[in-house]
Ligand binder design. Structure first.
Ligand code: NAD
Ligand code: UDP
Length: 330
């Protein structure tokens, strides 16, 4: 039996494939390589290059593979891009989910673990955010993911397809040996951008907004290490395989760091100066996002190993130092 990982050549997907293989799972990947890297795919995983929205292609994969469960990472996830081009997000993300569920239903595949996001909550009413809190996205990316959660709910009601939605907060870091890591082009995430400045690939960091209602005026985010996050997917697959009900779980650390605190930690970890300047707010950014993450621990048995931000940034730095041009410089 095989776990089919959609988007398995991407940042989080590649770390999850690595962890699945290390735990003895048989793994197949679907990825159109729009943002992913075939260099990140290990020989032990079978890669099918194609689009989740292409129904004939998806049927051909489900015919070849004996799929016991699906892990669905394949999506666009850049908040500012979604503000400029929302339909691109509803097409790739939301329509992709409809197509996937139709094919899963045709082939009788009943379990899916899904990459949801803190962006489905929007600007929270209180902190930390609980899973039952209102989901009112402030950007089309978050809206596209909320719609995917809702579509999965109705697919469960109608077809009995069980899902776990993992609502990731901010993901960072890399495999401890630095052999796989984050390589987005263009990069938009805070920690890799800071490390590209540390590497000399960028002149300076721009911090988007210093007038938020937070202790130092910059946005506060909750960071989870990517290998810990990968393991949450394995916990979720086991939870579904045991016949449990569909549910959503926050995946975060319950600790918030401001953008200035992240910069300070990165200066310490890298020993580099990392020039930075304040810049205007980035449209669509909520002020503070911190997860209540007890439910994933108690229900899924998730046991994250990284508990400090220096170690998370340190794992990312190992990847960036050894791969300054990402997968282009192995
Ligand atoms: P990524 O861009 O590195 O990975 C996405 C992968 O999906 C890529 O390999 C891409 O080529 C593939 N893909 C995209 N559209 C596809 C399609 N239509 N058909 C086939 N393949 C397709 O992104 P990531 O940072 O690894 O994020 C993975 C998932 O996690 C996304 O769904 C994202 O929304 C979610 N997420 C990420 C973060 C984060 O901080 N990185 C936070 C919350 C949620
Ligand atoms: N950010 C920033 N400068 C950058 C990139 C990001 O100040 O060059 C800020 C961004 O405004 C947000 C935080 O860093 O407050 C985290 O952003 P990221 O894009 O990494 O993740 P998001 O929270 O949008 O998922």
């Amino acid at each position: 039996m095989t776990v089919l990982v959609l988007g398995g050549a991407g940042y989080i997907g590649s770390h999850t494939v690595d962890r699945l293989l290390s735990k003895g799972y048989d793994v197949a990947i679907v990825d159109n390589l729009v943002t992913g890297h075939k260099e990140s795919v290990p020989a032990a995983a079978r890669l099918y290059v194609g689009d989740v929205r292409d129904k004939e292609f998806m049927r051909s994969v489900f015919k070849k593979e004996d799929v016991e469960g699906v892990v669905h990472f394949a999506a666009f996830s850049v908040v500012p891009e979604s503000m400029k081009d929302p339909l691109k997000y509803f097409d790739n993300n939301t329509y992709g989910m409809i197509n996937l569920l139709e094919v899963m239903n045709e082939f009788g595949v009943k379990n899916i673990v899904f990459s949801s996001t803190a962006a489905t909550y929007g600007e929270p009413e209180h902190t930390p955010i609980e899973e039952g809190d209102p989901q009112v996205p402030t950007n089309p990316y978050g809206q596209s993911k909320l719609m995917m959660e809702q579509i999965m709910h109705w697919a469960d009601v109608a077809y009995g397809i069980k899902f776990v939605a993992l609502r990731y907060f901010n993901v960072a870091g890399a495999k401890a040996d630095g052999s796989i890591g984050e390589d987005h082009a263009p990069e938009t995430h805070l920690i890799p951008i800071i490390l590209q400045v540390a590497n000399g690939q960028r002149d300076k960091l721009q911090i988007f907004g210093d007038d938020y209602p937070t202790p130092d005026g910059t946005n506060v985010r909750d960071y989870v290490q990517v290998v810990d996050l990968a393991d949450a997917h394995i916990c979720a697959l086991k939870y579904l395989a045991a016949g449990n009900k569909s549910d959503a779980f926050n995946i975060g650390s319950a600790t918030g760091f401001s953008n200035l605190q992240i910069l300070k930690a990165a200066r310490k970890v890298t020993g580099k100066e990392i020039p930075a300047e304040m810049a205007p707010r980035r449209p669509g950014d909520p002020s503070t996002l911190i997860a209540a993450s007890g439910k994933a621990r108690s229900v899924l048995g998730w046991d994250p190993q990284y508990d400090d931000i220096d170690a998370i940034i340190g794992s990312a730095w190992k990847w960036h130092e050894s791969h300054p041009q990402g997968y282009a410089t192995k």
